[in-house]
Design a binder for this molecule. Structure first.
Ligand code: CUA
Length: 140
């Protein structure tokens, strides 16, 4: 009888043991503790998104000036109305080919304020060098 009691206590103790260190670990590890809290996501994920549709044609971008606020997530859908063009915004490492009949999606975060050139990055004819626009990032 005494042996049976000991076994029961031992089993109960073993059942409890694994839980204690696991719970303590979760409570003390900030990374693990805050991971399930979805709303507490980093600021970058909550940044507002500015979306534009831009048409590239010989030899202009329409619209040619895009304005966002510093920190904005920027999404630009670019399509070509005629031949092949490109869109480059060097400051934010944007450089994409715009094939005829395709819409290309460009996304970046406007981390820095200023006025940055938008250029056509694909030789597209006589007016290629004039095919320019501006990205205006207003300081927050
Ligand atoms: Cu359009 Cu070069």
């Amino acid at each position: 009888m005494r042996t049976l009691v000991f076994v029961v206590v031992a089993v109960a103790g073993m059942a409890l043991l694994p839980e204690t260190p696991v719970n303590a670990g979760v409570g003390k590890d900030p990374a693990t503790a805050y991971a399930p809290a979805g709303p507490t996501s980093p600021p970058a994920a909550q940044a507002p998104e500015k979306a534009f549709e831009v048409v590239a044609r010989r030899f202009a971008f329409e619209p040619s000036t895009l304005e966002v606020r510093q920190g904005d997530r920027v999404r630009i859908l670019v399509s070509s109305a005629d031949g092949v063009h490109g869109i480059g915004i060097r400051k934010f490492k944007v450089n994409s080919l715009i094939p005829r009949g395709k819409t290309v999606t460009i996304e970046f975060t406007a981390t820095e304020a200023g006025t940055f050139p938008i250029v056509c990055s694909e030789a597209c004819g006589d007016g290629h060098a004039d095919m320019r626009g501006s990205l205006v990032v207003v300081a927050k």
